[in-house]
Design a protein around this ligand. Structure first.
Ligand code: HEM
Length: 455
């Protein structure tokens, strides 16, 4: 039954709710149609579960930023909660365990160089392996998918465990296959809840190896942490027995971070190169700016972005168009609340349609085309519109934003400086429509690599 003054929505069928209103393969177009019929805040029943879908900057801000805590819960009756035994962070409800783990993770990653030089070094080190792979493929056509997944995964492994894996390592290959599989079978909000996650159980995650190596943690020197795991173990030692910290929570928090940080970053990189190959004038303009700013320098630093308004505009435009986490991670209300005049009871599932903000008419100069002009003013300076929300907003906002932005900038700049990326003549028309899942994945595509003649 619809609660009183609940947001409007399509007629609800018994048991099925509104499932038939949504295309199981990809509900994003249906979400858009429903927005046109019912407005920026509408309701849906995913089976018996009352759900509110939030669209557009105004409603999104009211919920996530102004009401913040009231919309910062996570549904707790999903399959994922069983799988993570309610011990992780990303799916934990709004409360002390989530808050303390989030704060700790942010602080640790920052001290570890998230946003600082040492993190840059880790990204540069991993980029050298990408370069090695590309060097082997000069003049050839290759598929960049596994390479970018590996790189993103390794950067997270470095932060968490102080380890990386060779690109042909069987463990990392199986991990990447599983992540890709999950993205493929995670086809709709209900599948997010049920069908996809059993496969998580059988994942031979890099952690299984890393945790076996936790014996390597016997080599740790308390107070001299080498990575996230060491930091957590140090912290665990300091906290009282009844604290929210435990070894189990460490494992699930690490899994959350590894998952959240791999597919997101690699799919964004894949989107970047898909577009850069098909908009060669944009690629060239980036290269001109990079050559100019980095002249005489060995390599780029994250600070160089301030001298590269065009490249900044391109990296942001890539994120806008990639719309990598289109429905964010589902939220739930933590108390009875209101949004845009409607009443929403405590415990209602909330879906943020981030795409509706990232391509909202009235917020962007070119909402429906790939155009770095969306982030440039008349003087050619970089500007970031408020509707740039690929990381969501409010207390649950992506905690890897700093790391992700640094990765995208440094990897793109370093590769564009050295290589030219070409859409192969025999590749036909590019298909820009991504595969739907928790993250949007570009369809596999070929890439031709050349060394830049000017280098
Ligand atoms: C381009 C890359 C990325 C994008 C687009 C992205 C996007 C998002 C989005 C939309 C959310 C949901 C926020 C919400 O519920 O309101 C999220 C959550 C999260 N992200 Fe990211 N993310 C990226 C990279 C990363 C990286 C590199 C890490 C790891 C360091 C990470 C860690 C997390 C975590 C732990 C959460 C859950 C936060 C919480 O529940 O409090 N993400 N991300």
């Amino acid at each position: 039954k619809k609660p009183k003054n609940f947001p409007p929505g399509p007629p609800v069928l018994p048991i099925l709710g509104n499932i038939l209103h949504l295309n199981l393969q990809n509900p994003l177009e249906d979400f858009e149609k429903l927005r046109k019929s019912y407005g920026n805040v509408y309701s849906l029943f995913l089976g018996p579960e009352p759900t509110v879908v939030i669209n557009g900057l105004k409603a999104m801000k009211e919920a996530m930023v102004i009401k913040a805590a009231e919309f910062a819960g996570r549904p707790q009756d999903m399959f994922i909660n069983e799988v993570t035994q309610r011990k992780g962070m990303a799916f934990a409800d709004y409360g002390s365990s989530w808050r303390e783990h989030r704060r700790f993770s942010l602080m640790t990653m920052r001290n570890f160089g998230l946003g600082k030089k040492s993190m840059e070094e880790r990204i540069h080190d991993e980029t050298q392996y990408i370069i090695k792979t590309l060097d082997k493929n000069i003049g050839k056509t290759m598929s960049p998918q596994v390479m970018f997944h590996n790189a993103a995964s390794n950067i997270m492994c470095q932060v968490l465990f102080g380890t990386r894996y060779e690109y042909d390592d069987t463990i990392i290959r199986t991990f990447i296959q599983s992540v890709t599989e999950i993205t493929k079978i995670t086809n709709g909000p209900w599948a997010v809840l049920y069908s996809s996650f059993p496969s998580i159980r059988k994942l031979p995650l890099p952690f299984s190896k890393a945790f076996k190596q936790m014996k390597h943690k016997k080599t740790r020197v308390p107070g001299e942490p080498r990575d996230f795991i060491d930091c957590y173990l140090d912290e665990l030692g300091k906290r009282p027995d009844d604290s929210t910290f435990s070894e189990d929570k460490l494992i699930f928090t690490a899994i959350d971070l590894q998952f959240a940080g791999t597919d997101t970053t690699s799919n964004t990189l894949l989107t970047a190169f898909l577009y850069l190959m098909n908009y060669p004038h944009i690629q060239e303009r980036c290269q001109q700016e990079i050559d100019r700013v980095l002249e005489g320098k060995d390599r780029a630093s994250f600070d160089d972005r301030h001298q590269m308004p065009y490249v900044q505009a391109v990296t942001h435009e890539v994120q806008r168009i990639a719309n990598t986490v289109p429905l964010s991670v589902f939220h739930s209300t933590t108390k009875d609340t209101e949004l845009m005049g409607y009443s929403i009871p405590k415990g209602t599932m909330i879906i943020q349609n981030l795409r509706s903000v990232l391509n909202e008419e009235g917020q962007w100069k070119y909402p429906h085309e790939f155009n770095p002009g969306n982030f440039l003013n008349d003087q050619g300076e970089f500007v970031k519109p408020e509707a740039f929300m690929p990381f969501s907003a409010g207390p649950r906002m992506c905690l890897g934003e700093g790391l992700a932005r640094m990765e995208l900038f440094l990897i793109m700049v370093t590769l564009l400086r050295k290589f030219k990326f070409i859409w192969p003549e025999d590749a036909g028309e590019p298909d820009f429509t991504p595969i739907f899942g928790i993250t949007l994945t570009p369809r596999p595509y070929p890439m031709k690599v050349q060394l830049r003649s000017s280098q």
